[in-house]
Unconditional design. Structure first.
Length: 500
């Protein structure tokens, strides 16, 4: 009998009642191992109702109570790292070490949430006028929701709900239906840590569940990470319904390599950043921009390293890269490689025919390297989300920056150089939200915020860090005057209030 992943509502597992189920596949074998219940609008309503009921007490709970739960939660997550990573590998396909890294990056935000007492400190100005004080505080919003992608089924949810609940909100999570099990384990461990029932709920589903959250009057804010078209839709729909939105979209991340760069270090970085997690990450480097005469040597070094990467099942400790999430996605990624030559690119490595012995039905694709790619080719313009690296050639630093800034995306970027002046110019002139200097994947640590520019972000707030705290709270300012007991009554003054 096929295992079923059900919803987590009100502190317990709730079986799906819609009668609709989605398949969950082991990408290494191609076999359907699990089915996931897809929620109806009524089931979304039930999760929101549970969160709303829990907010009545959680929203007024003490900071000490919240942080005590979060510290216990952090300890449980640490103890269950391997269990969470194993679920990720089984349903997403990424290698176990990569899955463990995902859990570790998610834990950074749990640790940030444990310190919410300092993040929520207000401000006070005394004696702004005669016996007048002004104070500012931040308060929770209510029920908030998160819609998360398949490529990081544990990390991205942990970018959202720990900070949201630390701020006093309650949360409804709608994870990807392609790899849903990690989200349920995260919720179960939160309950074990003492999180009250209904504070964190998990509803599985497809567009029906997404729209149910976007249109629900009791959902105050929505966080999203995914592709740009869906991010645009989430932002437009939720904003039209009066909700606060942070919607992180897609990317085409560039790495500018200057002639003075350490080419061995740059090649190592390019291979790691382009092919790690099979390229299924929004911070992957998918375009290397080689400046001047170094192009041929750099491409040769990247090829030499890429050819040595071992591809295999994620639970094989010797595997360095696993399969793609679905067969359909594998075929789509392959189409960019097969079409690249017709659009003028030189196919240095073609990974489209790769298979793994004993796992022939898995969603396999090898590493592909495309050189001399033009900016009007499909392989350059689209977010491929797979192990395909494009190399573009430019004559100068200025040409490289102009090429990169012309991209509609502005998520992450990097420069490789030994020249501090060039690096300083780059970080000021490049139009992207996250910049790496000799760092290929500049994902900020938890206490700085993550987010891009242009078509990589819809909404005003980046995710986690200070922006995350501000997104999940709203400010309130109180101006207070207490009369001195010795004063006579002031009488009525119909003029504008005086501050002096």
């Amino acid at each position: 009998m096929t295992k079923t992943v059900n919803h987590w509502i009100g502190g317990k597992t709730v079986e799906g009642t819609s009668g609709q189920y989605g398949p969950v596949t082991d990408p290494a074998t191609g076999a359907v191992t699990t089915q996931v219940a897809l929620a109806s609008v009524e089931e979304v309503d039930a999760a929101v109702a549970a969160a709303k009921a829990a907010y009545a007490t959680w929203g007024t709970s003490s900071l000490a109570q919240r942080t005590a739960v979060l510290f216990r939660y952090r300890a449980l997550l640490d103890a269950h790292r391997d269990d969470i990573a194993a679920l990720i590998t089984a349903e997403h396909g990424k290698v176990h070490s990569d899955a463990l890294g995902e859990v570790a990056r998610g834990l950074e935000i749990v640790e940030l949430a444990c310190g919410i007492t300092t993040q929520l400190k207000g401000e006070l100005s005394t004696q702004v006028s005669n016996r007048v004080d002004v104070s500012s505080i931040r308060q929770s919003l209510g029920v908030v929701a998160g819609i998360t992608p398949f490529n990081f089924p544990a990390m991205v949810p942990m970018w959202m709900f720990p900070l949201a609940i630390a701020c006093g909100n309650t949360f409804v999570l709608k994870p990807s239906e392609k790899d849903p099990s990690a989200a349920n384990l995260l919720a179960e461990l939160a309950s074990e840590a003492g999180l009250p029932d209904g504070v964190l709920n998990v509803v599985h589903g497809d567009k029906v569940a997404v729209d149910g959250l976007l249109n629900h009057p009791d959902v105050a804010a929505v966080s999203f990470v995914g592709s740009t078209p869906i991010a645009r839709y989430i932002h437009a729909t939720a904003s039209a319904n009066g909700k606060r939105v942070q919607a992180l979209g897609g990317a085409k991340n560039h790495m500018l390599v200057l002639p003075d760069a350490d080419l061995d270090a740059a090649a190592d970085a390019a291979v790691s950043a382009a092919y790690g997690s099979a390229g299924e990450r929004c911070m992957a480097i998918s375009a290397v921009v080689a400046v001047g005469v170094i192009g041929d040597e750099l491409v040769a070094k990247i090829r030499e390293r890429a050819e040595k990467i071992k591809i295999g099942p994620g639970n094989d400790p010797t595997s360095e890269m696993g399969p793609l999430i679905t067969a359909a996605h594998r075929d789509k990624v392959a189409s960019y490689v097969t079409g690249a030559a017709a659009q003028g690119a030189e196919v240095v490595l073609d990974g489209t025919g790769h298979t793994v012995e004993g796992f022939e039905d898995g969603h396999w694709i090898g590493l592909s390297l495309l050189d001399k790619v033009s900016t009007d080719s499909d392989a350059y313009q689209d977010e491929i989300f797979g192990p395909v690296l494009c190399v573009l050639r430019v004559e100068s630093y200025e040409d490289g920056v102009a090429l990169m800034n012309a991209s509609p995306f502005g998520n992450g970027t990097a420069i490789f150089t030994r020249d501090g002046g060039a690096a300083r110019r780059f970080q000021l002139e490049i139009q992207a939200g996250m910049v790496g200097v000799n760092v290929p994947i500049p994902v900020p640590v938890g206490y700085h915020s993550f987010g891009g520019w242009k078509d990589s972000l819809f909404g005003d707030h980046h995710i986690y860090g200070n922006d995350g705290v501000h997104f999940y709270t709203r400010g309130k300012v109180t101006t207070t005057r207490w009369p001195d007991p010795a004063d006579a009554p002031a009488g009525v003054d119909l003029g504008f209030p005086r501050n002096h």
